[in-house]
Ligand binder design. Structure first.
Ligand code: NAD
Ligand code: MG
Length: 407
């Protein structure tokens, strides 16, 4: 039985994780839940999963929870997230949105808790200090992002170490020696094939209309600008300890191949499946074992389309790949430049992006103002190399202010 703390339990990843736990009560027990939005959903989750502690967005929300559930430990706000991260558990699922995930994750790692990581912004902003701490504490950082889960699965048993274990055994550099490159796949988002000018006037609704995945609004906009893939390049750089120039983005509109690894002997290993986040969430939570998410093979042709498996005669019959258009989708280039520059650059990029995506969602700026303003913020920001989580959060805050000023 694994005791699980879920940070961001009312979101897209959080609710899918709870669905898995609901169906695997013999394997998992929820000990803590948190949310900032969709408070009413949290109340239902508390009733169903009976955690020991929760953290909510505001003091008012905290009071309401205390009235209804005396005996429950209730925290609130940013400090509340860090406090709940200290609770005793076997694994923390970080399904928070944005930079809010960094501080609680760092806290949980410092106490030696394994992390199932959906929140890529934690590694984009804090990759160096977070992975160093994981190594020091022998903590497993298990990827939930589908591409990184794919790479993780491709690496297991190939070169003897994969993320998580690689961190526990830093002297084992087998991974880097054997890997030629990582082929990171991208769906291309709703505007694949469009020119930059054709994206200037797109609406929030159009940008939120992702072809293959249903996700929270911030990551959905990131997918449309392809900043999501840029963030994922940086996430992979830290998770797998591999230079960004060995990470090669391939647009794959079908979202069946979730990523691949090419080895120095010319072999390429891919991980495939229908686009369903329950697969990577389940593997991260139940690692090293797999869950039973689909029924046994019946052998009957009529079951192929409906048994939840990937049918290579239909959905898997035509898998295509194209080069990413990094001129049009500038965010991808911006992210490569940021990770190559290092230091504070990825933090500035991430902070500006988060602020600008929120402004776009609120109807305050246009779609292409997002990449254009990030470039300007990065051109005008100069910060020293951050050494602590508070340094990172200060740079994040200042980058957001710059983004608001320059837009
Ligand atoms: P979401 O917006 O649906 O949910 C986010 C959750 O975090 C909610 O419970 C929300 O209340 C909480 N939250 C948001 N901001 C907060 C803050 N400042 N303080 C405290 N709590 C806060 O997001 P999501 O789509 O589930 O994504 C979560 C993370 O997982 C993101 O980093 C995203 O990039 C990553 N991810 C998501 C998917 C997906 O399919 N949704 C896939 C890969 C990676
Ligand atoms: Mg992804």
């Amino acid at each position: 039985m694994k005791n699980v703390l879920i940070l961001g339990s009312t979101g897209s990843i959080g609710t899918q994780a709870l669905e898995i736990i609901r169906n695997n009560k013999d394997k998992f027990k929820v000990v803590g839940l948190t949310c900032r939005s969709r408070f009413d959903d949290l109340i239902g989750q508390i009733r169903e999963f009976e955690p020991e502690a929760v953290s909510v967005g505001s003091e008012d929300d905290a009071r309401r929870v205390r009235e209804e559930f005396p005996g429950l430990d209730v925290y609130f706000g940013e400090d509340g997230l860090v406090e709940i991260a200290r609770m005793d558990c076997d694994i923390v699922l970080n399904a928070l949105m944005g930079i809010s995930g960094l501080a609680p994750t760092y806290e949980a790692i410092s106490l030696g808790r394994d992390i199932a990581l959906a929140n890529k912004e934690t590694l984009v902003a804090g990759g160096e200090i977070v992975t160093n701490l994981c190594r020091e504490k022998g903590v497993k950082l298990l990827p939930v992002d589908s591409e990184h889960s794919a790479i993780f699965q491709c690496l297991e048993g190939n070169g003897g170490s994969a993320c998580g274990r690689a961190y526990a055994e830093p002297e084992n550099s087998g991974v880097n020696r054997d890997i030629r490159r990582i082929l990171l796949t991208a769906s291309g988002g709703p505007f694949r094939g469009r020119s930059y000018d054709e994206m200037k006037d797109v609406s929030v609704e159009q940008a939120l209309n992702h072809p293959n995945w249903s996700m929270g609004s911030k990551i959905t906009i990131d997918s449309a600008t392809m900043m999501n893939k840029g963030l994922e390049v940086i996430e992979a750089r830290w998770l797998f300890d591999i230079p960004a120039d060995k990470i090669d983005v391939h647009v794959h509109p079908e979202s069946i191949v979730h990523s691949m690894v090419e080895f120095m002997d010319g072999s390429v290993i891919a991980q495939m499946g229908l686009p369903d986040m329950k697969i990577p969430i389940g593997l991260a939570l139940n690692y090293p074992d797999r869950l039973r998410l689909i029924p046994d093979f019946s052998g009957r042709d009529e079951d192929r389309e409906t048994d939840g498996s990937l049918d290579f005669f239909t959905k898997g019959a035509n898998l295509t790949f194209e080069k990413a258009d990094r001129k049009t989708f500038k965010c991808l280039d911006i992210a490569y430049a940021a990770i190559n520059e290092g230091g504070s650059a990825p933090i500035v990029m991430n902070g500006a992006n988060e602020e600008l995506v929120a402004m776009f969602l609120a109807g305050k700026i246009g779609f292409t103002d997002i990449p254009d303003t990030i470039e300007r913020v990065m051109g005008s920001a100069t910060f020293g190399r951050p050494k602590t989580v508070s340094d990172i959060l200060a740079i994040d805050k200042e980058s957001r202010r710059l983004a608001r000023e320059l837009v």
